[in-house]
Design a protein around this ligand. Structure first.
Ligand code: PMP
Length: 297
């Protein structure tokens, strides 16, 4: 088996056999939540953190997950085990479930739980070596008092509209600002810049309150950077700070750590992936290959 799908109590090895109701409010309204999780060499990376974030998102949306957290972790591990793979991308989705045409979630009697475990799709390998060319998008990130970005919801239109802008101008990624003009994040990744001007190398990333998803990779990089002796600041910054930075990179469970070499047509630093990025990437890869919940033991 090279893919395994869990859907509401059953496991499937053919995606087309796993059927969902067209009345599911996840489909009709994007009413649901998800996590994207990686398995490296047979170990689920940061499983506890992903499950915690899923249940936090559920709490915000008053969405009932029909499993306790420990049970959900076991289901994720079991789905991975049945895939037979060692390097896996897991998509865990909980939607409001089937209801009627109205928005009212009270008509959805049972939420839908889907866990998909399959082969991982990376950005093209050359992007990790050469780096990304990114642009600022005109679409602003959702305000925290509208759709809070800390909820990892199925409602990604804000990000998709920004992604369409980046595709239209042939950029690799788009950097979204919040409504005040501060840098928030990329369309599906967090952002870091490196400033190398004083004795101590400083790493900056936007604080969660600006309206970003508080990435699990972001938090891991902060920990690794602090251990490596960098000074890490969760502080607001503008696109000008990116233009004037020495290095810039994006982070996400899917993307891992990926360098940015150009921002709005301006080279970032030397216009090539920098030494501090490379050092952090090495530390991240070391961690992902040694840490995690075992699938096959
Ligand atoms: N921001 C957004 C909008 C995301 O969708 C994601 C996940 N792809 C991230 C940041 C990174 O989060 P994580 O490191 O937890 O995957």
């Amino acid at each position: 088996m090279t893919v395994c799908i869990y859907l509401n109590g059953k496991f499937y090895d053919q995606p087309e056999d796993a059927h969902l109701s067209p009345y599911d409010h996840g489909f009709l309204y994007g009413d649901g939540i998800f996590e994207g999780i990686r398995v490296y060499n047979g170990r689920v990376f940061k499983l506890d953190e992903h499950i915690k974030r899923l249940y936090d998102s559920a709490l915000s949306l008053m969405l009932k997950i029909p499993h306790q957290m420990e049970e959900m972790k076991k289901l994720v591990v079991e789905t991975c085990r049945r895939s037979g793979l060692k390097d896996i991308y897991v998509r865990l989705v909980v939607s409001r479930g089937p209801g009627n045409f109205g928005l009212d979630p009270r008509h959805c009697k049972k939420s839908t739980v889907v866990i998909m475990a399959g082969a991982i799709q990376l950005y093209p390998k050359e992007k990790y070596v050469k780096g990304l060319k990114v642009v600022t998008t005109s679409t602003r990130r959702n305000r925290p008092d509208c759709v809070n970005s800390q909820i990892k919801s199925l409602n990604y239109l804000n990000n998709i509209i920004a992604k369409l802008e980046t595709i239209r101008v042939n950029a690799d990624e788009g950097i979204m600002l919040n409504d005040e003009g501060y840098v928030s994040e990329a369309t599906a990744d967090n952002i870091f810049i490196v400033k190398n001007r004083s004795k101590k190398v400083k790493l900056f990333t936007p604080p969660a309150y600006l309206g970003i998803l508080e990435g699990i990779t972001r938090n891991t990089v902060i920990e690794l950077a602090e251990t490596a002796g960098f000074s890490v600041r969760e502080e607001p910054f503008t696109v000008n700070d990116i233009y004037a930075s020495d290095e810039c990179f994006l982070t996400g469970s899917g993307a891992e750590l990926i360098p940015v070499i150009e921002m709005d047509g301006r080279p970032v630093g030397q216009g090539v992936p920098g030494p501090h990025f490379k050092r952090l990437l090495e530390a991240y890869q070391k961690l992902t290959h040694s840490d995690g919940t075992p699938v096959y033991e």
